[in-house]
Design a protein around this ligand. Structure first.
Ligand SMILES: NC(=O)c1ccc[n+]([C@@H]2O[C@H](COP(=O)([O-])OP(=O)(O)OC[C@H]3O[C@@H](n4cnc5c(N)ncnc54)[C@H](OP(=O)(O)O)[C@@H]3O)[C@@H](O)[C@H]2O)c1
Length: 321
């Protein structure tokens, strides 16, 4: 009995060690030493997790970094930590709640009024679920979809003139492998409340990829390029709303089996700064290299209809041709 237990434990430890080793050996690293002095970069959700590590790396490269965050105190703390870590005093925050179209418009207005340029927009913020909202948001949108996708769709449109003016510039959309098997057969399902948490999350992350593909088409004659990516599976605050027992299991596994936030930020940083990747605009990345588009992302009718439906849902006034 005791021997059996020891064998099981030893097996488990060996499994975790091999898994950790595998992650360390396969994680893609952004090796670029590009300097970003004189550039302006916005990172949504830059106060924690992957967004924080992305913002810190970009600040180390000398850019002016603006964290776009919904919680003022968490934003202030993150700004202080990044300045301390990087010695770059040019790091600040502005309030952005992607769950409110009004907040997105206000944030974009402030940026357009106060910033002379925008070189890189990193649409990173995201969550699995919004437990505090039952039903739809004040904008009539599904809350997870709004924070992860609709909000970023509108934000990007409102900042496009500034990005165009600053070209060559980039838009990086943080998606997830959860998009791979998600159910989204038609644009009318985009704002649907149907499905469990992971169905809706997957739908929002697929929408990030479809957005990137069509955005690239619309930006063909400009100097703005765009990329989507899966960052890996990473120990961040991401599972904060999961039931305690699931959270405990997930966090224990994540700690041993998956990436830390610095490793998780590498593909975002790569898409934001790596030289000469403009020819790959519109593509999806993982571990700092291009991956084959997921099945739904190859459905060009779906790509176009989702774009059109989103324009309606976010009540876009100035549509891209
Ligand atoms: N962690 C993973 O394993 C994993 C895997 C695949 C993809 N991703 C993607 O990676 C991105 C970053 O996730 P993470 O793991 O770093 O998670 P995280 O640690 O939970 O950070 C998420 C960030 O998004 C912000 N955010 C959430 N809702 C927002 C809203 N309505 N308005 C503005 N900001 C909002 C959060 O702000 P608060 O701090 O105020 O809540 C936080 O700064 C997400 O897009 C996620 O889908 C993560």
């Amino acid at each position: 009995m005791v021997c059996g237990l020891i064998c099981v434990l030893a097996g488990l430890v060996l499994f975790l060690v091999i898994a950790k080793l595998y992650i360390k050996l396969t994680t893609g690293w952004c090796r670029s030493n590009v300097c970003l002095v004189g550039k302006t970069v916005i990172v949504t959700g830059g106060n924690t997790g992957i967004g924080f590590e992305t913002a810190a790396d970009i600040a180390k490269r000398g850019a002016k970094v603006i964290l776009a965050c919904r919680n003022e105190q968490r934003a202030k703390d993150a700004v202080q930590r990044i300045i301390k870590q990087t010695d770059n005093p040019n790091v600040s925050y502005r309030i952005l709640d992607l769950g409110s179209l009004k907040s997105v418009r206000k944030f974009a207005d402030e940026i357009n009024k106060n910033e002379e340029r925008l070189d890189i927009l990193i649409n990173n913020a995201g969550l699995q679920t919004v437990p505090e909202i039952k039903g739809l948001t004040e904008d009539g949108l599904q809350p997870t979809m709004q924070a992860n996708y609709f909000g970023h769709f509108l934000l990007t449109h409102l900042l496009l003139d500034l990005l165009k003016k600053s070209g060559p510039s980039r838009i990086v959309n943080v998606s997830s492998m959860a998009a791979r098997h998600t159910k989204l057969d038609k644009a009318d399902d985009l704002n649907s409340e149907k499905g469990v948490v992971m169905d809706i999350y997957g739908r929002s992350k697929l929408a990030n990829i479809l957005f990137t593909i069509e955005l690239n088409e619309k930006l063909k004659n400009t100097k703005v390029t765009t990329y989507s990516l899966h960052p890996g599976i990473i120990l961040t605050e991401f599972s904060r709303h999961a039931p305690a027992i699931l959270k405990g299991i997930a966090e224990t596994l994540l700690l041993y089996m998956f990436k830390n936030a610095i490793e998780g930020a590498q593909t975002t940083i790569y898409c934001a700064v790596e030289k000469d990747i403009e020819q790959y605009s519109g593509q999806h990345f993982h571990d700092c290299h291009i991956v084959k588009p997921y099945k739904k992302a190859r459905d060009s009718d779906l790509v176009k209809s989702v774009w059109k439906k989103t324009e309606e849902l976010v009540k876009l006034e100035k549509k891209l041709k």
